[in-house]
Design a protein around this ligand. Structure first.
Ligand SMILES: [Zn+2]
Ligand SMILES: [Zn+2]
Length: 349
């Protein structure tokens, strides 16, 4: 038994294939994990679709995927904190551990950062190898579909709790999993009002279940900027979480932000964006926080507390659990913009 099934991007074109490849060997500082559940990220959908970004970043052939949980089956000889039998989730940001940024306690944005399943062989497979530093130990009783989505949920924990939100009004732009998870975290964090803005009725309804006080379909209610400003006594919201990466959302995010408010940027625009620097930033006295990944491991510690205590329930965002072999159905659900009926999709092995 030295072979495994894996979802591979074999050629530089649309799609992916189920193939049989060698089970990877962990190095001295790595662990080999039997994948139990893995979820599809927007990044994976980009790779599947083979868009401009993937064409410039991904080298085929490669096994992709970076969100997963599984059981450790083998550890390298220098691994100290993880042992065979541990139930772990993966942190997808692989730091070097030696650069100034790592030494400054910011491993998640390491100068020499590698991303699992983008720069290295990923987890859409029966087995995956990760460095010990990226293995996060879970309670054994955590359901695999919840354990698998901690990487994207961690983005939301980091984003929503990056500034003081208790008793503050918020606008969250983007109704994909990142926006929906953030809504749940913001709600648990004590935000007084949460305006969730998105484009899909299906997702906005999940947002209501996650704690949004008001949902806005930006295609239907096009004067939402005025509406939010009026609803906040003419001031605008205290905090904006930008989870979409859309240029218009970023611009409008600053429009609905009150003077002296905080804009938290997570969504990645596909191109350069236009902003009036003086109006949006200087005269507004705005604070801006950029978010990439999860703080290693402050975010994971907070997330563990929120999940173990059952204060945070990410369940409504996980709309599908499908068998690994049916991965094409998963990608099609994600890429369907006409009849969009999916948020987070988990594949089970
Ligand atoms: Zn992801
Ligand atoms: Zn580093």
């Amino acid at each position: 038994m030295s072979k495994m099934k894996a979802i591979m991007k074999r050629e530089p074109k649309m799609g992916a294939e189920l193939v049989t490849v060698d089970i990877p060997e962990p190095s001295d500082s790595e662990v080999l994990v039997k994948v139990i559940a893995t979820s599809i990220c927007g990044t994976d959908a980009h790779i599947y679709k083979w868009d401009k970004w993937s064409q410039s970043r991904i080298k085929t052939p490669m096994v992709f995927g970076h969100e997963f949980a599984g059981e450790v089956v083998k550890v390298g000889k220098n691994v100290k904190g993880i042992k065979a039998g541990d139930f772990i989730s993966a942190e997808s940001h692989i730091p070097c551990g030696h650069c100034k940024v790592c030494k400054n306690g910011q491993m998640h944005i390491c100068t020499n950062l590698k991303i699992l399943g983008v720069d290295t062989q990923g987890c859409f497979a029966e087995y995956a190898v990760i460095p010990e530093i990226c293995a996060w130990k879970n309670n054994k009783d955590m359901p695999p579909h919840i354990a698998a989505i901690q990487e994207p949920l961690g983005n939301a924990v980091y984003t929503a709790l990056s500034t003081d939100i208790t008793g503050r009004s918020m606008a969250i732009f983007g109704d994909g999993p990142a926006g929906l998870f953030s809504t749940g975290v913001a709600n648990v964090g004590g935000a007084s009002r949460i305006f969730l803005l998105g484009t899909y009725e299906f997702n906005l309804n999940i947002g209501k279940r996650m704690g949004a006080t008001e949902t806005i379909n930006v295609f239907k209610e096009t004067d939402y900027v005025r509406k939010i400003i009026e609803a906040t006594d003419g001031d605008g919201v205290d905090v904006v979480l930008e989870m979409s990466g859309a240029e218009k959302a970023i611009q409008d995010g600053f429009r609905v932000l009150r003077k002296g408010g905080t804009f938290v940027a997570f969504g990645i625009p596909s191109d350069e964006i236009r902003l009036n620097f003086a109006e949006t930033l200087i005269f507004k006295g705005a604070n801006i926080i950029g978010i990439n990944g999860r703080e290693m491991f402050r975010t994971w510690i907070k997330m563990k507390e929120l999940l173990d205590s059952k204060k945070l329930n990410p369940e409504p965002v996980i709309t599908h659990q499908i068998p690994f072999d049916k991965f094409r159905d998963g990608f099609e659900l994600m890429l369907d913009t006409q009849d969009h009926k999916a948020a987070k999709i988990v594949m089970k092995l």
